[in-house]
Design a protein around this ligand. Structure first.
Ligand code: NAD
Ligand code: UGA
Length: 471
């Protein structure tokens, strides 16, 4: 009888139009994802809440806290109509039927699991808050990337704190990439939704699915059980990163053998079983997620006593570290083994183009190493702020004597001994390198860490030029 009641009540909820949803966490995922939902679902009131007042202020201003092509437009269209940014976390938890949790899940920096496990304290605190204050049953959606079986922790917290309501947990990991977030959200390869296999769980899955069905065809919406959904997200990132490490491993061999890594990538990518994407050799992958998610996967494997599996995935990270160090080594080798007092122009600091995000950017490790070698850096990035760069390097404003922060690539390159392209911003393709060459110390050296330029043309100008995986 009780079960029938629950089903009837949830069916009622299912067929009623969803009116209020909220997302806890106004970051790189929460902000764009909710803006897209608001723009595609005028019937849904969407609130994005965060404890960071400064971030919320920025979302409510003309200068959004994150740079993403196309994002300004969709935010300004929906903001104030059915999209709201607020620090009133409790209010929107109370008002919402569906609550997305999109808080950060960084690598743990303390205690057990240090340096490997995901730090779930922010997810946990959201779950506790929802359990404590809710006055109606909620559908709680894990949007953050979490270790497999995290939903069990959330369920346990809800069951032990809130005795009144039967909340449902749904896993709906996000697959957007920064720099292409709007495009990815508009037309995703798939949306993944995992839930309990109970009738109530399936109703919750259906309800979350119905949001996306406003603009995404049903055949692109994959539904699974909770655990498959959680694990698929970590696995997808591990596979993507693995492809980059694989091609980067081959780039080292190319440099020794006169093979060209871009030609090898094209040749193997033409095989439909391999495919062309994620085969661009580089100074290594960066970003807030690949490394943390693989570390997390390795931690889980060890936890479940699968050390061979952990070692297999650890190699992807080792190769990435090797690639960054190899890049620095090649710069040193080309500059007579010393960069002390030499000006090196750093073009690009973001972990990839079209974002202002420098989290785990390969530029961080490379710049740190060059500073250790006593180089003078002239850094230019079109979107990453001076403060972000200083914070990422762990340098205080008054200690930044060895760094010039430049307003253009030309300014950075002026009087430099070497140019290092660390991010593939389109504008670096269109610089007048002949002019730049004239104003550099000779021999003028250029290291293209993204294989962005036609290296033969650059050599014709007179540069000693090197790319990745090109001898
Ligand atoms: P982020 O750091 O940009 O944003 C997280 C936000 O959550 C912060 O603004 C923080 O203040 C807020 N927050 C933390 N605890 C809170 C609480 N208790 N109440 C309210 N707000 C709180 O992180 P992000 O890049 O958006 O990533 C979020 C999650 O999504 C992570 O798990 C990440 O792995 C995953 N993810 C990220 C990307 C990406 O491209 N960045 C893509 C897919 C998945
Ligand atoms: C990645 C995944 O692509 C997303 O699907 C996922 O949702 C996200 O992580 C996440 O979970 O955070 P993102 O890190 O934003 O997205 O950007 P990517 O395009 O994947 O690039 C990651 C890094 O790999 C960048 O440093 C990029 O320059 C590098 N990369 C990428 C290469 O070196 N070569 C390539 O061929 C592709």
């Amino acid at each position: 009888m009780a079960k029938n009641y629950v089903i009837a009540r949830n069916l009622d909820l299912y067929y009623r139009k969803i009116m209020n949803i909220c997302c806890i966490g106004a970051g790189y995922v929460g902000g764009p994802t909710m803006a897209m939902i608001a723009s595609k679902c005028p019937d849904i009131q969407v609130a994005v809440v965060d404890i960071n007042q400064e971030r919320i202020n920025a979302w409510n201003s003309a200068n959004l806290p994150i740079y993403e092509p196309g994002l300004d437009e969709i935010v300004s269209e929906a903001r104030g109509k059915n999209l709201f940014f607020s620090t009133e976390v409790d209010r929107y938890i109370l008002e919402s039927e569906i609550i997305f949790i999109s808080v950060n899940t960084p690598t743990k920096e303390y205690g057990s699991g240090l340096g490997q496990a995901a730090d779930l304290r922010y997810v946990e605190s959201c779950a506790r808050r929802i359990a404590e204050i809710s006055k109606s049953p909620k559908i709680i959606v894990e949007k953050s990337t979490v270790p497999v079986r995290t939903a069990q922790m959330v369920k346990t917290i809800l069951a032990s704190t809130s005795h009144q309501f039967q909340h449902q947990i749904v896993s709906n990991p996000e697959f957007l990439a920064e720099g292409t977030a709007v495009k990815d959200l508009l037309s995703p390869d798939r949306v993944l939704i995992g839930g309990d296999l109970t009738p109530e769980g399936q109703i919750a899955v259906g309800k979350v699915s119905s949001i996306y069905e406003n603009w995404i065809k049903k055949d692109r919406i994959i539904t699974t059980n909770l655990w498959s959904s959680e694990l698929s997200k970590l696995t997808a990132n591990a596979f993507l990163a693995q492809r980059i490490s694989s091609i980067n491993a081959i780039s080292a061999l190319c440099e020794e053998t006169e093979a060209n890594v871009d030609e090898v990538a094209q040749a193997i990518g033409a095989d439909s079983r391999i495919g062309p994407k994620f085969l661009k050799s580089s100074i290594g992958f960066g970003g807030s997620c690949f490394q943390k998610d693989i570390l997390n996967l390795c931690y889980l494997c060890r936890y479940f006593r699968l050390p061979e599996v952990a070692e297999y995935w650890e190699q992807v990270i080792r190769m990435n570290e090797y690639q960054k160090e190899r890049f620095v080594r090649r710069i040193l080798d080309s500059m007579f083994n010393t960069v002390s007092g030499k000006r090196i122009a750093i073009l690009g600091y973001a972990f990839k183009k079209d974002t202002n995000d420098a989290r785990e950017s390969p530029a961080i490790g490379i710049c740190k190493r060059l500073l250790e070698e006593k180089a003078h850096l002239a850094i230019y990035d079109p979107k990453v702020s001076r403060q972000t760069i200083l914070n990422s390097l762990g340098i205080k404003e008054d200690q930044a004597n060895s760094i010039d922060f430049c307003k253009s690539a030309t300014e950075a390159c002026q009087d430099s001994h070497c140019i290092a392209i660390l991010t593939e911003w389109d504008e670096f393709k269109n610089i007048d390198y002949e002019d730049i060459y004239k104003n550099m110390v000779k021999p003028a050296i250029l290291f293209d860490g993204r294989n962005l330029l036609d290296i033969e043309m650059i050599r014709l100008i007179g540069f000693v030029a090197k790319g990745i995986g090109i001898s």
